[in-house]
Design a protein around this ligand. Structure first.
Ligand code: CP
Length: 306
């Protein structure tokens, strides 16, 4: 593995499968009465989150604690960032305290690459702007493989606000690398220019996009990143692209419904679909801990770290 995990492009197919296989073993640790192993004892991991997070920050912290790392969360809202300190200065000061890894979430695309250049610590990208969210794509792949026993050849349809989504960009890279047939669907204003070059099929007709799908992955409408009118109204968006039971019925009978969270119920997904029998949304969250344990363990050197 490379020093840092900034993008799915940092991983070969074999490394992705190694992470998924290692995640199986890590999940078993979470099912024990005492959910802790000494694997990363003596390692220090800093979680540096400049953007809000529920799932990613919590699951990284649980993963770090289950591996016995010394972990701390920098609360940006009470740090010297509020006094104007730059990302690089903040990182250099944290680096001076010699952590082994920094888990970074930041609103700017490429923030992890900036830290990677100035830090000896290993950098894990926990979401950078509209660029990538590699551990989300890995936990999504783990969840898909658990249900379908494979990824190659599956029709995976990703629907929603494609333009602003780092989850889309990491999933497209990972799923096409592993041979899935990836379709994307959303309003033309929310489809990134040139997305076809990543080997995906684009359809503005969601009924066509979900027909025969093995996996439907819904993406959140990211109003906080919209500076203008991308959609006429949330109601019209739901009517045209929202995932309803009628649309789910067009997919394969054993389709799974995914969403990285947080969800806008009644905007991109109906509540009876989000909570229904095909939904694996909370399984994705649970799997996030095991997958992040695997990433931390492998980046630390795997068996050689012990
Ligand atoms: N999926 C995801 O990144 O969720 P959070 O923003 O809550 O971490």
């Amino acid at each position: 593995m490379k020093k840092d995990l900034l993008s799915i492009d940092d991983l070969t197919s074999d490394e992705i499968y190694l992470i998924l296989d290692t995640s199986e073993a890590m999940r078993e640790i979470g099912q024990r009465p005492i959910k802790k192993v000494p694997t990363l004892r003596g390692k220090t991991i800093v979680n540096l989150f400049y953007e809000p997070s529920t799932r990613t920050r919590t699951s990284f912290e649980i993963a770090e604690k289950r591996l016995s790392a010394d972990t701390l969360n920098v609360a940006v809202a009470t740090s010297s960032v509020l006094k104007g300190e730059t990302l690089i200065d903040t990182a250099m000061n944290i680096e001076a305290m010699q952590p082994d890894m920094i888990v970074l979430r930041h609103a700017s695309s490429g923030a992890g690459h900036v830290l990677s250049r100035v830090c000896k610590s290993r950098i894990i990208n926990a979401g950078d702007g509209m660029h990538e969210h590699p551990t989300q794509a890995l936990l999504d792949a783990f969840t898909i493989r658990e249900h379908k026993q494979r990824i190659e050849g599956l029709k995976v349809t990703i629907v929603g606000d494609l333009l602003h989504s780092r989850v889309l960009r990491s999933n497209v890279r990972l799923l096409t690398k592993l041979g899935a047939d990836v379709w994307v669907s959303g309003p033309p204003t929310l489809v990134p220019a040139g997305i076809e070059q990543f080997g995906v099929r684009v359809s503005n007709n969601v009924e066509e996009a979900v027909a025969g799908a093995d996996v439907i992955m819904m993406l959140r409408i990211q109003q906080e990143r919209m500076h203008g009118a991308f959609i006429p109204s949330l109601r019209e968006y739901f009517n045209t692209f929202g995932m309803t039971q009628a649309r789910v019925a067009r997919a394969k009978p054993d389709v799974i419904i995914m969403h990285p969270g947080p969800m806008n119920r009644g905007v991109e997904i109906a509540s009876d679909v989000a909570d229904g029998p095909y939904s694996v949304i909370l399984e994705q969250v649970a799997n996030g801990v095991a997958v992040r344990m695997a990433v931390l363990y492998l980046l630390a050197g795997g068996a050689e770290a012990n």
